[in-house]
Design a protein around this ligand. Structure first.
Ligand SMILES: *Cc1c(COP(=O)(O)O)cnc(C)c1O
Length: 430
């Protein structure tokens, strides 16, 4: 039976898309390895890893086998008063892979929820250690932390569609977007902004939340480890919890297993998601230090006040453990380094284009920022005609392929990207 595009247009909402005047949608029949296969049989090389998630490619045999074995044993059981091997095994993987200080694990069902959990933990911790006046949160401009309400309150106020909800959202404090380049010492502006932010708000802050090294959906912006090092010092001096949202950067994408390793700075609370199940299904995790856990449980509630219905879902945990096992084999390191090198070489010529503002590469992430926003419907059609799947937003045309992409496939992506950005019809006129 063919895919009923008319039904889709009439009834289904897509992410950040009008439902009354939707952008075109491409009917996909299957996906395998680094290819997404359209209903008409055309394969597209995947440049997006389905929003950072399918790092091992589609239908990875170990992930599929783990899902099949688990579904025949137990797809789901409540986590209240019950535990099971898939959750324990995943917990062992995550606690081993992250810094030894991160010792307590909360399993949630999506990245946004992992962020809600992190913020709630920080607030409850401050109550538990008798700092109830610490109720505020600080972050940096240009961030993206999810679409639920507390997560939205720390997204970039302009990019994050924050303004629509400004009367409802709690007010976060925003520092300017970091200017310290990767590999450079802390910039004077950043040093000043951090000092000022903590001088003003340090006594009322429960937590600071940032995406370390790479700001993802808020603008694909990279910044230096020196910023994170200073931030860690200031949080320590002021008794503020430091939350790293590594939902996008976690699991090797930046060339380290976790982006915080670039800075050798460990957060008090760490959010993971996206690639956790290798893109098979939704699952997220919030890790915390023992000190956070002790504070949370010393608060008046005595417990952490959160418990999703599908917490610790065995099926998702089993697949996530299989994904972690693939990472622990270690091939990703070489793969990501190769992708980084090839992206740097093959995207560099785009910097010469008149319509291009900047080309930047970090780990297995390649970004071409344009001067004018692109017309998504037009540019996407050109990409599909060239056999690739790249989905830009605004002025950002970027690729972050599955780690196992080979160099010929990656060249096809970069070639499609550069030939398409050389066209005049892909840019919005106003
Ligand atoms: C995608 C993302 C989220 C939200 O995750 P969802 O699973 O979409 O709720 C939060 N933070 C960052 C950094 C992300 O990239």
């Amino acid at each position: 039976m063919s895919i009923d595009l008319q039904f889709d247009r009439d009834h289904l909402w897509h992410p950040y898309t009008s439902t009354t005047n939707p952008l075109p949608c491409y009917p996909v029949a299957s996906a395998k390895g680094v290819e997404i296969v359209l209903e008409d049989g055309r394969p597209l090389i995947d440049g997006m890893s389905s929003w950072w998630s399918t790092i091992h490619g589609y239908q990875h045999p170990q992930l599929s086998a783990a899902a099949k074995a688990q579904i025949d044993t137990m797809s789901h059981v409540m986590f209240g008063g019950i535990t099971h091997q898939p959750a324990i095994e995943l917990g062992k993987h995550l606690i081993e892979m992250t810094d030894p200080k991160l010792n307590k694990l909360f399993l949630a069902d999506s990245g946004s929820v992992a962020v809600e959990v992190a913020l709630k933990m920080a607030l409850q911790y401050q109550q538990g250690i008798e700092q109830p006046q610490r109720t505020q949160v600080m972050t940096i401009l240009g961030g993206y932390h999810g679409d639920t309400f507390a997560a939205m309150s720390v997204c970039d106020p302009d990019n994050g569609m924050h303004s629509l909800f400004s009367k409802v959202l709690s007010k976060a404090h925003f520092l300017p977007r970091p200017t310290t380049p990767v590999g450079q010492p802390l910039s004077a502006e950043d040093a000043d902004a951090l000092a000022q932010g903590f001088a003003q708000h340090g006594d009322s802050l429960a937590a600071v939340i940032v995406e370390p090294m790479v700001q993802g959906a808020g603008g694909m912006h990279f910044y230096g480890a020196a910023y994170l090092q200073r931030l860690r010092q200031l949080c320590d001096q002021h008794g503020v919890m430091l939350i790293f949202d590594e939902i996008a950067t976690g699991f090797g994408r930046t060339g380290k297993l976790f982006a915080y390793e670039h800075a050798a700075v460990v957060p008090d609370i760490l959010c993971l998601g996206k690639a956790l199940t290798g893109g098979t299904m939704t699952l997220a995790a919030t890790l915390a230090t023992d000190a956070v856990a002790q504070g949370v449980c010393a608060s008046a509630a005595g417990v952490f006040m959160h418990g999703p219905t599908f917490m610790g879902n065995p099926l998702a945990c089993a697949v996530a453990s299989a994904s972690m096992a693939i990472l622990q084999q270690g091939d990703w390191q070489q793969q990501v380094a190769q992708i980084e090198q090839q992206l740097s070489e093959e995207l560099a010529p785009c910097a010469e284009f008149e319509q291009v503002a900047e080309v930047r590469v970090f780990g297995a992430i390649g970004v071409v920022e344009t001067k004018r926003a692109v017309d998504v419907a037009v540019i996407q059609r050109h990409f599909v005609e060239q056999g690739v799947w790249i989905r830009p937003f605004g002025k950002l045309v970027y690729i972050m392929p599955p780690y196992l992409i080979n160099s010929a496939q990656l060249s096809q992506l970069t070639k499609a990207l550069s030939t398409t950005l050389a066209r005049a019809d892909v840019y919005q006129t106003s």
